[in-house]
Design a protein around this ligand. Structure first.
Ligand SMILES: C[S@@+](CC[C@H](N)C(=O)[O-])C[C@H]1O[C@@H](n2cnc3c(N)ncnc32)[C@H](O)[C@@H]1O
Length: 220
């Protein structure tokens, strides 16, 4: 359930060939965005969880950003990390996100590993984290590892693009080895996880895991 403000912004974003960026309209590549099923599920998960502070790795044009931000509880705030926002993406995501006036938006134009490490040191905590940055296996695993340390117990973490073997490998590791449970949702392109507790494994913990081949919402 979107606000009328977010609905109007997303209607334009999903149909317009060009979107406003920092220096004017920019032709967009429609591949780089969450689809409407994934977007509406992100929106529902955020709303139903009551999340107030969200973090997103990978802003691009800001589609997922609007879906997530709009659903935050009143007074909510969203931080997006993207080192290439003003270069490769011409500031489109930040420009679109700032149109949604009811929620606070902040862009940190830096690599996820640097910002997340700073956040860990500073004791920052978030209720909802969306991982959609660099999609290589090792980058996603490191993003998960660091993001986990700034996610509240009971908070949600969503991994996008589980159609990719790299992401499914991370997802399968997490489900076998970490204290997370899948949260049912309708998109078969992402996996939503609830954090059950902070990491308390012994130094030698490891459970071998098979990589799921299916692209289902719950990776079952
Ligand atoms: C698939 S796009 C994100 C799409 C966006 N979430 C949406 O649905 O509208 C991936 C983004 O990740 C960014 N990115 C790549 N490496 C990153 C990193 N190490 N840290 C943060 N963002 C990164 C890219 O610049 C790109 O904007």
């Amino acid at each position: 359930m979107l606000s009328s403000e977010a609905e109007a912004i997303l209607d334009e974003m999903y149909t317009a060939p060009k979107l406003q960026g920092q220096d004017g309209p920019v032709e967009i590549d429609p591949i780089t965005r969450v689809d409407k099923t994934a977007g509406s599920e992100l929106n529902r998960l955020v709303r139903e969880s009551g999340a107030k502070k969200s973090l997103e790795i990978g802003l691009a044009y800001g589609f997922s950003t609007i879906w997530i931000m709009d659903a935050l509880a009143e007074g909510g705030s969203h931080i997006a990390l993207d080192p290439f926002q003003s270069g490769m993406w011409h500031g489109v995501g930040a420009t679109q996100a700032r149109r949604l006036t009811a929620k606070r938006f902040e862009l940190l134009e830096d690599y996820s590993i640097h910002v997340l490490s700073d956040f860990i040191r500073a004791g920052e905590r978030f209720d909802f984290i969306f991982i959609d940055g660099n999609h290589r296996f090792d980058d996603v695993l490191v993003d998960f590892y660091l993001a986990d340390q700034v996610l509240e117990v009971g908070g949600l973490m969503v991994l996008d693009d589980t159609w990719m073997a790299s992401i499914r490998t991370v997802a399968s590791f997490v489900l076998a080895n970490r204290a997370y449970r899948p949260v049912p949702q309708r998109s078969n392109r992402m996996l939503a996880l609830e954090k059950l507790k902070d990491d308390d494994r012994s130094w030698r913990h490891f459970r071998p895991f098979a990589v799921a081949r299916q692209q289902t919402g719950g990776l079952d």
